[in-house]
Ligand binder design. Structure first.
Ligand SMILES: [Zn+2]
Length: 419
């Protein structure tokens, strides 16, 4: 009962065909023509696997195969089908393909689970179409509602709600998930297979990572005001240079992040408004993106940034304003599920390790409501969100084998409070 590498490769290629940028990676933003086509393909495959397919009001696809006992909560696998512009064919699609392959293996071996099994394809995970990342999983769990869609624009132009309604009506033959009634208690657990999107697994020679936690993110925006002076005639110790504060703060936060095993700090944007090569900058604006999978570390990063900025501004007579534009706390994935995944993985390969996720995924949302776990497969060169994105179908096959073994073990037990 093993995953078929060729079948996984074929499925990945079938999905990758739906692409508006052939030769330049995969471009399939949510609700685009290519996205509609990929959904049609996936729905067809799900039906061929003898699954009932449903869609909710924002276009999340949920395929379900009943178990022997339909009263039991569903074991779920899923990810997303949208991509960034000129992204790769493995991000998201790899998780959906893994779910399809799990059901294919169970079918091929005439295994009927006690639990229902469901495959999820969440919309707008990337946030490329509506600038509203993780929309599908947030919608499914009631974190996003219709009023949240009203201000959103599709591709920065069209009314998002109209685009979503049109998309849904294009799939009018697919029944609404409401028909089987969504009750959160009807989900026993959620698994997501995903590419790592970083270099850790490859660097360590691992073929699979059991994800321990998903990093939280805090993005702060910092405005520094100083005094404009002549760049030639003002001595260094008599300046209030706004950029100097930004530069020192960035270097210090990079050093501080390196002092923890899994923290990262990034200045992704920096502007010197009205900057001129011969003037001491009187104003600088920058963003600081701080992440860690460890809540205790997250709780230190922002106060450290604020502390260092206060210290620097006091020294050189500048002023600073800090605002938080984005904060998502880190989340630990389910210890019980991780333990089973790790046991099964180690029984199939010795190239397995624990890893934390620096990027957000739908599992970040699902983990708040259901026992959730993730498996990472290596990304070649750590690359993703680019045409060079590549992961081995064989590594997805290992993830699928681990998932099948795990699901079979869970299926023998009733819901356990530790999960
Ligand atoms: Zn993804």
């Amino acid at each position: 009962m093993k995953a078929d590498i060729q079948s996984i490769d074929q499925l990945l290629n079938d999905l990758a065909r739906h692409n508006s940028s052939p030769g330049k990676g995969i471009t399939r933003p949510c609700y685009s023509t290519e996205y509609k086509d990929v959904c049609q393909t996936v729905i067809r495959i799900m039906k061929e696997l003898d699954m009932k397919v449903y869609m909710d009001d924002v276009g999340n696809i949920i395929a379900r195969k009943e178990g022997r006992n339909p009263e039991l909560p569903a074991v779920c696998v899923g990810s997303h089908l949208d991509t960034v512009r000129n992204g790769g064919k493995f991000d998201g699609a790899g998780g959906v393909v893994s779910g399809l392959e799990v059901v294919k293996i169970l079918n091929a071996n005439d295994v009927k689970l006690n639990h229902p099994i469901q495959i999820f394809c969440f919309v707008e995970e990337e946030g490329t179409a509506l600038q509203s990342g993780l929309l599908g999983s947030r919608w499914f769990n009631g974190e996003a509602v219709e009023s949240d869609l009203l201000p959103l624009k599709y591709e920065n132009k069209a009314n998002a709600l109209e685009v979503i309604r049109q998309f849904r009506s294009d799939f009018s033959e697919v029944p609404s998930f409401n028909e089987i009634g969504h009750d959160p208690r009807k989900i026993r657990c959620f698994f997501e297979v995903h590419i790592e999107q970083g270099p850790v697994l490859e660097t360590k020679g691992a073929r699979l990572g059991v994800v321990s936690a998903i990093a939280g993110t805090s993005t702060i925006e910092v405005s520094v005001s100083g005094r404009a002076d002549h760049a030639g005639s003002t001595p260094m110790d008599l300046r209030s240079d706004a950029f100097e504060v930004a530069a020192h703060a960035a270097v210090e936060m990079y050093r501080y992040a390196r002092s923890f095993p899994h923290a990262v700090a990034t200045v992704g944007r920096l502007e010197i408004p009205n900057g001129s090569s011969n003037r001491v900058p009187d104003s600088t604006w920058f963003t600081l993106d701080l992440r860690s999978a460890d809540r205790a570390v997250m709780d230190k990063l922002i106060p450290h940034a604020k502390g260092i900025l206060d210290e620097l501004t006091e020294k050189n007579g500048t002023r600073v304003e800090v605002s938080t534009s984005h904060f998502v706390p880190p989340i630990e994935l389910n210890p019980g599920l991780r333990k089973i995944l790790m046991e099964k993985a180690l029984s199939l390969s010795d190239r397995v390790m624990d890893i934390s996720s620096g990027a957000a995924h739908d599992s970040l949302v699902m983990a708040k409501y259901f026992p959730t776990a993730m498996l990472f497969v290596p990304s070649k060169g750590g690359r993703s969100h680019c045409p060079e994105e590549f992961s081995e179908a064989g590594d997805f096959a290992l993830a699928v084998d681990v998932l099948v073994e795990t699901i079979l073990e869970l299926d023998c037990t009733e819901k356990d409070n530790s999960l």
